[in-house]
Design a protein around this ligand. Sequence first.
Ligand SMILES: [Fe+2]
Length: 181
Amino acid sequence: MTLHGIDDLLGALRELGGVMQPVRVAEALRGVRIDERTLAPYLTWAPGRYTRNLVARDEAFELIAICWEADARSAIHDHADSDCAFVLQHGAITCENFRIAWPDAPAGRCELKRTTTRTLREGEIDMRSGHLSVHRVGAEGGRAITLHVYAKPIDTCLNFDEDGTTRSVNARYDTVPGSVS
Ligand SMILES: [Fe+2]
């Protein structure tokens, strides 16, 4: 596998234009291994959780490095109306997929059912599209590093509890460029 600098990946993504096609984003990410020296400015760690470290953002997309502490995992979440893809750089990641339905349940609650689970190896990608593409992501057996593309950037998405309780959550960054010394 080719080792790229993070700037090479950013350049490749910017070439995809203002409305990025998911299949092209997937092509750009699949198998990509970023030279860790160029990734170092974006890697921060926090006990028991994951950190979201912004690499770059414009109107078309944001590129985020996520650092997963051992056994850290995300909430069950959707992806607003964006397309999302990530590539695993280091470690192992498990993706649990959920099917959701909105029957005549009380407001703020859906029906949630886990369907499939997949463990990614380094260089492998996961792809998501929109509100019906719900998953939970977690590190498996140690620390992990993933690189995520959200096209367009996501400011708010939905989180779900296992019982189907639903809430809107604002996305946040742990670090933005220049904030890590
Ligand atoms: Fe996700």
